[in-house]
Write a protein that binds this ligand. Structure first.
Ligand code: PRP
Ligand code: URA
Length: 210
């Protein structure tokens, strides 16, 4: 059974996405905004983390309270643009491990080409949240998640800032068990595989390479 994509429409997220879309937003501000949006999205994507009861001694007395139990997390950014989301999510879950998957889209075929994969040694015991600002054709996310499943990971989520309908469809068909979180669902892809209206090339805008 496929999960319904979760579209985060919190006003703070929507406001920051408007700034990200603006072609006049420079790399420094763009990087800060991507990180802030990732942090806000992570808050929602970790909503179902299991809790356990604990007793804590406050300066006044004993409190029956809760802490996150057991399940360990790993974040896996898809290089390059996913790197822009890492510090934001680590602000909320500083103890998480971080793996990396390197992929770029061939500009002619729009198919992903993988060039790097380094995951935590105990990744199969972790819940993994794959992060990438853009879900366009979905090819990169489908292959990255396939590579993570090949390492024995059972519990995977995918978090992107902007998704195209084509990418959402491809990803939910290829990996129906993966819950997708995005902050905006745009109209379509153009003939070059860019999301319309989107925000342009996320990697180039984060790293200032164009
Ligand atoms: C972008 C983006 C995704 C991919 C999405 O990366 O960060 O990884 O495109 O497109 P898809 O859904 O059609 O696969 P890009 O290939 O531009 O590489 P970069 O991050 O290194 O610039
Ligand atoms: N990758 C990007 O960075 N932007 C798009 O619109 C599509 C793919």
């Amino acid at each position: 059974m496929s999960h319904t994509p979760f579209i985060m429409d919190h006003p703070l997220i929507q406001h920051k996405i408007s700034l990200l879309r603006d072609k006049n937003t420079g790399s420094k501000e763009f990087r800060e905004l991507i990180s802030e949006v990732a942090m806000l999205m992570c808050y929602e994507a970790t909503r179902d983390l299991p809790l356990k009861d604990v007793e804590i001694e406050t300066p006044i007395g004993m409190a029956k309270t809760k802490v996150i139990s057991g399940r360990k997390l790993a974040f896996v950014p898809i290089l390059r643009a996913g790197i822009g989301m890492v510090d934001g999510v680590l602000k909320l879950v500083p103890a998480a491990k971080v793996g990396h998957i390197g992929m770029y889209r061939d500009p002619e075929t729009l198919k992903p080409v993988d060039y790097y994969c380094k995951l935590p040694v105990d990744v199969s015991e972790r819940e993994v949240i794959v992060i990438d600002p853009m879900l366009a054709t979905g090819g990169s996310a489908v292959d990255a998640i396939g590579a993570i499943k090949d390492k024995g990971v059972k519990n995977i989520k995918f978090m992107c800032v902007i998704a195209a309908p084509e990418g959402l469809k491809a990803l939910s068909e290829a990996h129906p068990d993966v819950q997708i979180y995005c902050a905006a669902l745009d109209e379509k892809l153009n003939e070059h595989g860019y999301i319309v209206p989107g925000l342009g090339d996320a990697g180039d805008r984060i790293f200032g390479t164009k």
